[in-house]
Structures are given as C-alpha cells and as structure tokens.
Write a protein that binds this ligand. Structure first.
Ligand code: 5AD
Ligand code: FES
Length: 357
C-alpha cells in the first residue's frame, strides 16, 4: 500500500509536467500509457485542459459512410477487399446529398464523407459531390475520409470546397505498419499523404488504433512523437476490435482503460485538438463514449448513413448504431453528452489553435 501511494504520487507529478510542457520523456509516457492508476488523475488533468480551450462544448460531425467497396486489404479491417462475405454498396451523389439534407435539418454543420478506397468514385465524381454539397450547404464544413490519393486529387477536392481530411496514420512504426498491412501499402506513402494534405491547406486528422495486434508501448510513444511533428488539427483513436472475416480474427481487442489513458495524454499534449469519442469506444463499452468525453474527447460523430446500408459498413464485429436512424443517433448522443456533463453545439466546430480571451 505504501508503495502504491508513492506510485500514484509519481503519476501526479508526471501528469502536471505533461500538462505544463505538453511533452514528457519516453520513460514518463510509458508509465502513463501502461498504468491503470494513471486513469483518474490523467482524466482530471485532461478535463481541465479541455475546459480551458473548449469549455464544455462538444462538436457534432455527421458521418456518411458512402461506400464499403475498398481496394485495400488491411489485415484488421472488416471491409477489406479480401472479405468476400460483405455485401458491397456505393451511394449515389443524390443519396449522399439526401443524407446531408437530413443532417442539416437535424443541426449538423459538418459532414464527414467516409468510404473505402473505391476507384468507381473518380476524382471528377468526388469533385462534383463536394462542389454540390458546398453550394447547397455553404455554412457547413466538408470533411473527406477516403484514403490515400495523389496530391493532385487532394488539391482538386480542396478546390471543390472540402475543408478537412481524416486519414489515420494507423501506426508510426515501419515494422509495425508492415505487420498490419499488405506489402502494397507503405507508411511512407501514408505520411506523404498527410503532409500533402496539410500543405494544401486542409485541417488534417491523423490517428491510430489502441491495442492493435503486435502493438507495444514503444509504438504508442512513436505515434505520439509523430503527431508532435505533424501537429494535426484532429486526432482519432479507438480500441482495436477484431472482425471475424479478417486474418486478425483471433487477436485480442484493445482495452477501454488504455484507450482512455491515450485520450487524456493526447488532450494534454495537444490542448487545441479536436478529438472524437469514437464509435469503437462506444462498441467496447456501453458508456465508452461518455468516459471518452470525460477523459478529454470533445467531438462526437453520429451516423447519418441510410439505415439499410449501416450493417454493411462493419469495420469490426458488433459495431453499434447500425439500426438507428440519423435522428435517433443524434438524440442518443445528445443525451450521452449531457449525462457526461457537456453539451452539444451546432457550430462547424473549427479548430482553436490558441485560447480565445
Ligand atoms: N478495429 C478498430 N478500428 C478499426 N479501424 C479499421 N478496422 C478496425 C478494427 N478492426 C479503424 C482504422 C481506420 C478507421 C476508419 O477505422 O483506424 O482508419
Ligand atoms: Fe447511434 Fe447511440 S449514437 S444509437
């Protein structure tokens, strides 16, 4: 018990330093990443920082999963090309616009178009979709999350009116990256994409899975170091969860507890960042998203996809929100956010790099 108390004290000092410096030595990060006792003090410090920057505001992003066709074969992902048991779908431009219209009426001012890497959506088609949303909903932010593309494509989508781009780096370690992806994919290209997006002028989101197969604490520290270099506006993380139709079907999930610690560490290192309480967090625990908000997250992403395709966008087993209409997800999350002690706001929710006086 004596020893335990002293350990907790050590955690407190490290946490205060991390809060002050937005940085810590690898050995200190290791302690915070690995130790269960760190959860409570980490969440308390992270919550102070989020309140200083963003108050109790939680931003809404309407997620439109517009296609589950993907040419890639990432070993962890349920919609990988090699999974022949999924029924594939692709929404038309009009269907996507209908989702936006429904979302707009529900108060959404950011739409996230997420999909597999589906070559059927040519650059011209993506350009037309983005341009049409931009003209019909001029006060909304448009976020794309459609994977790795040449720089010229990113530039074209930006010119059409896209504001933000989400592309998780997945892991910043080369060897680990190669264990999670087939040889055709590379960490170097992933990073190239992120830097291109940033240079073009997008608000950029990166991120990773917590507890992915073969992941070590050292890898998580490398993720934090990479994020320090990139300085993304958004950071998305969630626990790894297995999917039965992938080569990783027998791998263990990440844990709620470690994901919460990582969320708090991210808030302390990147006070300005927009960090979602993700669907994966809500899947691993019925109160995962509430706990995520209390640990430092400040974004929620209710699903706006048509209910008839929801179940087919299954990245991992037992994904939640596959039966609920957009309005139900919106209401459900509003309740959860308020139960956690925060409130949803309907603004675009752009990044705040510095505290507004
Ligand atoms: N478990 C958790 N997250 C996953 N993702 C993909 N597959 C899984 C899984 N099995 C995440 C990846 C991807 C994002 C869209 O979803 O990090 O970037
Ligand atoms: Fe979709 Fe709760 S957020 S049902």
């Amino acid at each position: 018990m004596q020893r335990r108390n002293r350990d907790i004290m050590i955690d407190q000092t490290i946490i205060q330093q991390l809060k002050q410096n937005r940085d810590a030595a690898d050995e200190q990060l290791q302690v915070l990443i690995e130790r269960e006792e760190a959860n409570t003090p980490l969440a308390a410090a992270a919550d102070e920082v989020r309140r200083a920057h963003y108050g109790t505001e939680v931003y809404l992003r309407g997620l439109i999963e517009f296609t589950n066709v993907c040419k890639n074969n990432c070993y962890y992902c349920g919609i990988r090309a090699g999974n022949h048991t999924v029924k594939r779908y692709s929404l038309t431009r009009e269907e996507i616009l209908d989702c936006c219209a429904e979302g707009y009426a529900l108060g959404f001012r950011t739409f996230v178009l997420q999909g597999g890497e589906n070559p059927a959506y040519t650059d011209t088609e993506i350009y037309r979709i983005v341009a049409e949303i931009r003209s019909r909903f001029p006060d909304c932010a448009i976020t794309l999350s459609i994977g790795e593309k040449p720089r010229a494509s990113y530039q074209a989508y930006f010119d059409a009116g896209a504001d933000r781009y989400l592309l998780r780096h997945e892991t910043a370690n080369e060897v680990h990256y190669a264990r999670l992806h087939p040889a055709e994919m590379s960490l170097a290209n992933r990073k190239r994409c992120l830097w291109d997006l940033k240079e073009i002028g997008y608000q950029v989101g990166a991120g990773f899975m917590v507890g992915a197969p073969y992941e070590t604490t050292a890898h998580l520290i490398e993720d934090l170091r990479f994020l320090q270099e990139l300085q993304p506006d958004m950071i998305g993380i969630g626990p790894y969860l297995p999917h039965q139709q992938t080569p990783f079907r027998d791998c263990r999930s990440g844990t709620l507890s470690q994901t919460l610690r990582m969320l708090s560490i991210l808030r302390l290192m990147f006070p300005y960042a927009l960090i979602p309480a993700t669907t994966a967090l809500g899947t691993i625990s019925p109160i995962g998203r509430e706990l995520g908000l209390k640990a430092g997250a400040n974004v929620v992403m209710p699903n706006l996809s048509p209910v008839r395709v929801r179940k087919q966008y299954e990245l991992y087993d037992d994904k939640i929100c596959t039966g609920e209409e957009a309005a139900q997800c919106r209401g459900c999350l509003a309740r959860r956010v308020s139960n956690a002690g925060y409130q949803i706001v309907s603004s675009r929710g752009d990044v705040r790099r510095e505290i507004e006086e």
